[in-house]
Design a protein around this ligand. Sequence first.
Ligand SMILES: Cc1ncc(C[n+]2csc(CCOP(=O)(O)OP(=O)(O)O)c2C)c(N)n1
Length: 324
Amino acid sequence: MSGNTPDPETLARVYRSLRLIRRTEEEIARLYPSDKIKSPVHLSIGQESVSVGVCDALNDDDMMSATYRGHAAYLAKGGDLNQMMAELYGKGTGGAGGKAGSMHLVDMKAGVLGMSAVVGTTIPIAAGYAFAMKREGRPSGEGRITAGFFGDGATEEGVFSETLNFAALHKLPILFVCENNGFAIHSPLSNRWATEALCERVRTYGIPTHEIDDADVFTIRRTAVDAIQAIRAGEGPQFMECKTYRWREHVGPGEDYDDDYRTRDELAPWQENDAMATTGEMLDAAERDAIDKDVEQRIAEAIAFAEQSPWPEPEELFSHVYAD
Ligand SMILES: Cc1ncc(C[n+]2csc(CCOP(=O)(O)OP(=O)(O)O)c2C)c(N)n1
């Protein structure tokens, strides 16, 4: 195999992950009007290839942090689907006992450090974790790394620049991943950035950058594999900017092409190059159908788990408020 062509095992694994995320979020959108889901939902439908391409290149004991638009990254890193669905339902069996909701998913066993509704805040947390990993002192090539996912809007927060500097100075084992979907809520980049040269800005910190303009999951994966190899070798942080597109509204299950800030024409090329569809077409039909069937079963089980789970006990309101 050469270039970005995946081996059969990788192809099937990557397709399964893309399909699981897409179908889980479509089911969340379907269920949302029933009011069973107790938190706002920021869907990543259309953006899955960034999470899947990067997380497939991580080891099980690597970590990652993400944002309130975090279902894709959580599932791509292997976060528990039952616990995620229960968390959205506000049930006691959720990953955070039902208190955190969709915007604050966490699963430390799967390497999901956590997410936050406050834009930019998980970037330094990811770097802090990477600092701790560096202090584990493992031999070059064998260390753990952290991947930090964030949106283009987060790069406007001061903490983004502060973290880049600190991470570069201390050669932290961290992969920064900007999911550039072109919007912060309804504001396009042209209203927010003086230039679109994000990677150029990042390089001034001494951090190597990779700009990926299409949604090809195997290009993203290949880039992540190489970047991670350099990070594990002790070379310090690397930065990926992945251009992508959010198909649904900023928050909620619907679409917003009538809201006067973008048009369906803009969406069309992204839908034509949909990573889930193109990856699925690379598989033998029988294998694809088997994966699809299995994914549907897993999602149905997770919804049933969430529906049947108990609400948290009232006294749980007072737990996890302060450190023990
Ligand atoms: C510190 C802070 N400022 C403002 C907000 C309000 N806010 C919520 S989402 C958002 C847009 C962020 O866009 P981006 O980082 O590109 O992520 P995307 O939603 O596109 O995934 C803003 C400004 C917030 N949650 N936190």
